[in-house]
Design a protein around this ligand. Structure first.
Ligand code: TEU
Ligand code: CA
Length: 562
């Protein structure tokens, strides 16, 4: 089945290069390692590989700090290796989506090196410089990675803006030369043969016309900057300009990462007239389990109720229907593992709940994303101490909230890190039960999840009832059945207030799919689960009709014309 646009029934597989496969015994994943695993991704059935940043970088934020936009970081290999990856992927019918990080660069980027030379330098205006106000920072904006979003530069007596780490200065998109430099970079990679871009925090590029202080949470010196920098007043102008300069010239898939975007924003960014981006990553459903105390943000042990999660997902399905295109994701390199978060990683329920979550998400309308290891039901990891963490967000947050602001005690914060740290997603891919999970024969840059002897690709491939083969079936369904792409979404009557089951239909006028998923470890009964047609997919061997076993998920197919 071929939809209007190829990326509508494509499935994306996200590879975190640093953690996927090491080929040269340094404990860090690399391009040659990815090449050696392309067959595995092909076997799963995915169509597009999204690679996290592989450009030259000092790697303070694992490549999200780019010092040369046209070079491959030597840790990962060379441009020759990259071309080989591109060729081999294309031979297998796999497309390659690059990460584009242009809200900010590294401070080691030539542009910034020039910029910090002084006010007269032609590159000064490539970044955002401001004079001190009353001897301190121009505003009280907080960085996403703790502390002030402003860094003082002794030499020129000005501050530069960094929404993320100190070594990630924000580019000044008001400067036309910056914008065209970015479009040139994009065209350069597109000409080389890449098939698309995932655009890092792209909705933060249009900064406000006037910089003002923001409200601060009790006990905090700096405030949340997202409300004033996200979805800024020139966003749509910039993206339409980019579209004309780049996307209109190449057949690319584009997805914008957009924290703080609402469904109204999405209707513009991902509009079906296709003037901006193909789709966006929204953050609402992964923000529901944040702390009630705004100063603690995502650091929390709150559990989301099914009605909260469902209401949110339903809102995105219905609001974007016929107007914009959704992306569907549970996991990425910034999020904890979904089976630990919304499922149940107890060995008794891990496989069945991982399959249930996959079914629930993949049968929605939109383009699904699978993060490496999700197809194995990989879980959050177990670290013994703060020194096991590698992610600067986690480490900075611990120091700020525990040591500096005294907002939470060390033990509680350690628990929050175990639940929400980005490192949960970044432990090495678990290939087999050999040393270091087959990821590397050298000491890995980050510790392997100790459960690799149980949970690994080799075991999954040998077991017909594994999570892997369930994902494979879901991908196949998306390729084969138009209703998976086209079907209108509707909640099943009576499901609105059900706090145990999520049940919905998809209908394209020919075929209806009924999706019923039990989010609990209880055996329960629901009328809407019974005898509704042909059972297409299930995570149990038989069908007990109205009886739903722990985390049971089933998809029925029947004709819409009754
Ligand atoms: O993440 C953007 C972003 O909004 C993050 O701050 C996110 O909220 C956080 O990671 C969740 O805890 C992107 C990248 O995906 C992330 O890896 C980078 O660190 C960040 O941008 C800066 O480039
Ligand atoms: Ca390596």
């Amino acid at each position: 089945y071929t939809p209007k646009w190829w990326w509508q029934n494509s499935v994306v597989y996200q590879v975190y290069p640093r953690s996927f496969q090491d080929s040269n015994h340094d404990g860090i994943g690399d391009l040659k390692g990815i090449i050696s695993r392309l067959d595995y991704i092909k076997k799963l059935g995915a169509d597009i590989i999204w690679l996290n940043p592989i450009y030259r970088s000092p790697n303070v934020d694992n490549g999200y700090d780019i010092s040369d936009y046209r070079a491959i970081d030597p840790t990962f290999g060379s441009l020759t290796d990259f071309k080989e990856l591109l060729t081999k992927a294309h031979e297998l019918g796999l497309k390659i989506m690059m990460d584009l990080v242009v809200n900010h660069s590294s401070d080691e980027n030539e542009w910034f090196k020039q910029s910090r030379q002084g006010k007269e330098n032609p590159y000064r205006d490539y970044y955002i410089w401001r004079d001190p106000v009353d001897g301190h920072e121009p505003t009280n904006w907080g960085s996403y990675f703790s502390g002030s979003a402003w860094q003082y530069d002794e030499a020129s007596g000005q501050y530069y803006l960094h929404l993320f780490a100190v070594k990630q200065p924000d580019l000044n998109w008001e400067n036309e030369a910056v914008r065209h430099s970015v479009y040139d970079i994009m065209n350069w990679w597109a000409d080389l043969g890449v098939d698309g871009f995932r655009m890092d925090v792209i909705n933060l590029i249009s900064k406000p016309a006037v910089y003002k202080d923001v409200p601060t949470a009790p006990g905090m010196k700096y405030g949340d900057v997202e409300p004033v920098v996200a979805n800024g007043h020139r966003m749509h102008e910039f993206l339409q300009e980019m579209h004309q300069a780049v996307m209109a010239k190449h057949d690319l898939v584009t997805v914008g990462e957009t924290p703080g975007a609402t469904t109204d924003d999405a209707k513009k960014y991902a509009n079906l007239e296709q003037t901006e981006l193909n789709m966006i990553f929204e953050f609402e459903h992964v923000g529901l389990d944040g702390n009630d105390n705004p100063a603690l943000g995502k650091w929390s042990d709150k559990k989301v109720s099914l009605p909260e999660l469902r209401d949110n997902l339903v809102k995105w399905q219905t609001q974007l229907s016929g107007k914009a295109w959704n992306s569907l994701y549970w996991n990425n390199h910034d999020q904890p593992r979904v089976v630990s978060r919304f499922g149940n990683d107890d060995p008794k329920y891990r496989v069945v709940s991982a399959k249930m979550l996959a079914t629930m998400l993949h049968c929605l309308q939109g383009t699904p994303y699978i993060y490496a290891g999700e197809e194995l039901g990989m879980t959050n990891t177990t670290f013994n101490s703060l020194s096991d963490y590698r992610d600067l967000e986690s480490i900075n947050a611990y120091h700020q909230l525990v040591d500096e602001e005294h907002l939470v005690d060390g033990k509680t914060m350690s628990r929050y890190l175990a639940i929400h740290s980005r490192d949960n997603a970044r432990t090495p891919m678990q290939w087999d039960d050999s040393k270091n999970a087959g990821f590397s024969d050298a000491e890995p840059w980050i510790a392997v999840n100790p459960n690799y002897s149980e949970i690994n690709a080799k075991a999954a491939l040998a077991d017909p009832s594994s999570v892997f083969y369930h994902y494979q079936k879901l991908i196949q369904m998306r390729h084969d059945l138009p209703v998976m792409t086209e079907g209108k979404f509707a909640l099943v009557n009576g499901n609105e207030s059900d706090d145990q089951v999520f049940a919905y239909t998809r209908d394209d006028g020919e075929t209806t799919l009924l999706v019923v998923t039990n989010f609990t470890k209880e055996t329960i009964t629901r009328e809407y689960a019974a005898g509704k047609g042909k059972l297409l997919l299930s995570n149990y061997e038989d069908d007990m009709g109205e009886t739903l076993r722990p985390y049971e998920a089933k998809v029925y197919e029947f004709s819409s014309k009754r």
